[in-house]
Design a binder for this molecule. Structure first.
Ligand code: SF4
Length: 300
């Protein structure tokens, strides 16, 4: 790990990662051992590693897998579900499975197609559905906190993209913890200070079987492009990504972001259909999406 000027053997590396994670959990006041954590697990290295680390540290962490119905020639969703279930079974952990098609009648690519959102890519609809389902399960099953496996590369790429166009609202909200709000569980990212390759190394060293393939729709995405640019900087200047992210968090904490806070927070009220908060006077975006999909799907 050139950014830390540190090299560890397997045994010490497998101790170092949970120790550091525990440090970040405490530093950012993410959660305590008394709280119930719901880990969003996709079958990839980061989310499975997160679940593994939290369990090793003695936290009450259950998993949640969302079946998106994405095929792409490699049966991406089937394989990621198989690996998530395998991990849960091997470690005797509780896993909640939500299947979007069973729940709402169509898989994500069809929902995206019939709603004409996302210019041919289902990512906007997929993100909306994942956020909605994570909030729903956390609320319905009484979890205190939702944990996702976002790593430093993910966070730096999002930060880079938002900085390029000065997305002030997003910049003010980005961070390791998004506090609970009006019935929405707190959201945390305990791996946000680990590089992607550090999480891959952890998963391999722990013998975690994870899905290597990216979602087929990730190809050519903007976030991959930003990650490549940041990797070039990292190669020339080890630690550049970490410094970029940590200095941002510091500036945000100290109120030095040079972004004026919009003090008039958006007025939110519960969606009349699902009860989740929305800023519109009507159903929330997700319920409108499902209505639109149902209306455009031929019956019988
Ligand atoms: Fe969903 Fe795949 Fe897009 Fe990620 S890349 S948001 S999993 S469709």
């Amino acid at each position: 790990m050139r950014q830390h000027k540190l090299a560890l053997c397997k045994e010490h590396y497998l101790e170092w990662i949970p120790e550091q994670t525990e440090r970040f959990i405490k530093k950012y006041a993410m959660f305590t051992k008394a709280e119930k954590i719901l880990v969003a697990v996709s079958g990839g290295k980061d989310s499975l590693a997160l679940w593994d680390i939290l369990t090793r540290l003695g936290y009450q962490a259950d998993g949640m897998y969302i079946g998106l119905g994405i095929d792409g020639g490699i049966e991406y969703s089937d394989e990621s579900k198989r690996l998530t279930e395998k991990f849960a079974n091997e470690h005797n952990l509780k896993l909640h499975i939500v299947d979007v098609e069973k729940e709402y009648g169509q898989p994500i690519p069809v929902l995206a197609h019939v709603s004409h959102r996302g210019k041919g890519k289902p990512c906007a609809v997929c993100g909306l559905a994942k956020r909605h389902e994570m909030n729903r399960i956390a609320r319905d099953l009484g979890y205190d906190v939702l944990a996702t496996g976002h790593n430093l590369d993910d966070e730096a790429a999002v930060l880079f993209g938002n900085t390029l166009v000065w997305e002030s609202e997003y910049l003010l909200r980005q961070g390791p913890v998004l506090p609970a709000r009006d019935g929405l569980a707190r959201k945390v990212k305990p791996l946000c200070r680990f590089y992607e390759r550090e999480m891959a190394a952890y998963s391999i060293a722990r013998g975690i079987e994870y899905i290597y393939e990216e979602c087929p729709f990730a190809e050519g995405s903007q976030s991959i492009y930003y990650k490549e640019l940041l990797n070039q900087m990292e190669t020339a200047r080890p630690g550049a990504k970490l410094t970029f992210y940590l200095r941002f968090l510091e500036a945000r904490k100290n109120g030095n972001l040079f972004i004026e806070k919009n003090t008039a927070a958006a007025h939110l009220h519960p969606c009349p259909k699902c009860g989740q908060l929305t800023s519109t006077d009507d159903f929330c975006s997700f319920c409108r999406l499902i209505e639109k999909a149902a209306a455009s799907t031929p019956t019988g």
